[in-house]
Design a protein around this ligand. Structure first.
Ligand SMILES: C[S@@+](CC[C@H](N)C(=O)[O-])C[C@H]1O[C@@H](n2cnc3c(N)ncnc32)[C@H](O)[C@@H]1O
Length: 365
């Protein structure tokens, strides 16, 4: 049987499962879910084997909010002996297919973290053996990272592994979909990593010079103490920070930040020269969603990056409804747009959304 294995934040297996099942059924592909509770792991067992790859070719990973990484199984769970683990894995793969890279993965739990040392050690001889068996391409032949397939080895323990593959153009470039970002010591809060990851995830690197660059104006709603503002300042932007709370003195001293102590729902910019709107207000997600679409439709900003806080229950439904509010507002105004949402690694009880308009806003009567 073919299954799709999906990685998500531990505790969000239900949302991750509901989403893949829904999107698969839109493509008339069906299967059943096996959720590994609090392990951040979901198995979607497909009724038709060939649907694994077809679905992965049709559905961009970018469209899945709760999935960090995914792969299609090549094997069921394999029991590994204490010795000859490498040989057992190479044998299980056969030599039919070739892969451009190998990802050694575990679940994102404390047990998983403990296993990662074992994985790092095994990776070296396994890579060598896979290259020798021509299952992995030689480094020099793997120049086009957009093509081909990546081999995944998911270690459930030192004795159990599941092998699978993902498509290079439709997976996360990070192991288990987790980017390892360094906390900048000058940043005033850990939240800073959320915006850092969001820019990395949503804005392609080769567009940073145009879309994330020095001299731009930005507004940060719910800015205190300044973790997000820090990310904008460090990219050379001028920031208007809106929050009744205090901003870190170090940021104020840069001369790039204007702090206004007021309600983020009442602030509107004086001039239409704001490029980025970022928003991390702890507020009802429906209110934030509405505010963000208004900013974009009024031309107050060009791009918006914001968090939508998740409720305790019915999280998937709530997220779907919030995003629909934004889509409806854009459709009503007949604008083309880009709208993506992701439960990023540094997000907790929230998702991050990126939105921008791709066509001019029609004049209103
Ligand atoms: C999670 S914190 C923001 C952290 C900030 N992004 C950082 O990186 O340091 C949420 C902030 O939203 C602010 N906030 C909540 N409701 C607000 C509102 N209506 N207007 C302005 N700020 C608001 C709170 O005062 C709080 O400082």
């Amino acid at each position: 049987m073919t299954s799709i294995v999906l990685y998500c934040r531990p505790g969000f297996e239900k949302e991750c499962g509901a989403e893949i099942q829904e999107k698969a059924s839109w493509n008339e592909m069906y299967g059943y879910l096996e959720l590994k509770k609090n392990q951040g792991l979901v198995f979607f067992h497909l009724h038709e084997s060939e649907h694994g790859e077809t679905l992965m070719r049709k559905l961009p990973l970018k469209r899945l909010i709760f999935t960090r990484q995914w792969f299609i199984t090549l094997t069921e769970k394999i029991d590994l002996p204490d010795y000859n683990r490498v040989e057992t894995i190479v044998e299980a793969l056969g030599s039919e297919w070739q892969y451009t890279d190998l990802r050694m993965e575990t679940v994102d739990t404390n047990d998983g973290k403990a296993l990662s040392k074992f994985c790092r050690k095994l990776a070296v001889p396994l890579r060598q053996a896979l290259r020798k068996a021509k299952v992995l391409t030689e480094k020099k032949n793997a120049s086009n990272k957009e093509e081909g397939a990546i081999l995944h080895a998911l270690f459930l323990s030192g004795q159990e592994v599941i092998l699978g593959f993902s498509l290079s153009h439709n997976n996360s470039q990070h192991v288990m979909g987790i980017p390892r970002l360094k906390f900048p010591s000058q940043a005033p809060s850990r939240s800073t990593l959320k915006l850092d990851e969001a820019f990395l995830h949503f804005i392609p690197r080769d567009e940073w010079d145009e879309r994330l660059t020095s001299g731009m104006n930005a507004v940060d709603l719910g800015s205190a103490p300044g973790g997000w503002t820090y990310q904008l300042v460090r990219r050379g932007m001028m920031v208007t920070a809106i929050d009744n709370g205090l901003m870190a003195e170090s940021l104020m001293q840069t001369g790039q930040v204007k702090h206004k102590m007021m309600d983020g729902f009442k602030y509107t910019p004086m001039k239409q020269n704001v490029y980025w709107l970022v928003c991390d207000m702890i507020e009802k997600p429906q209110r934030v969603a509405k505010l963000m679409s208004e900013w974009l439709l009024n031309g107050y900003c060009k791009e918006a990056m914001f968090n939508l806080k998740l409720p305790m229950k019915g999280r998937y439904q709530q997220v779907t409804d919030d995003l629909q509010t934004i889509k409806d507002a854009f459709s009503q105004h007949k604008v083309k747009y880009e709208l993506y949402a992701k439960h990023l690694y540094y997000d907790r009880e929230e998702i991050t959304v990126h939105a921008r308009l791709l066509s001019p806003i029609p004049k209103r009567d």
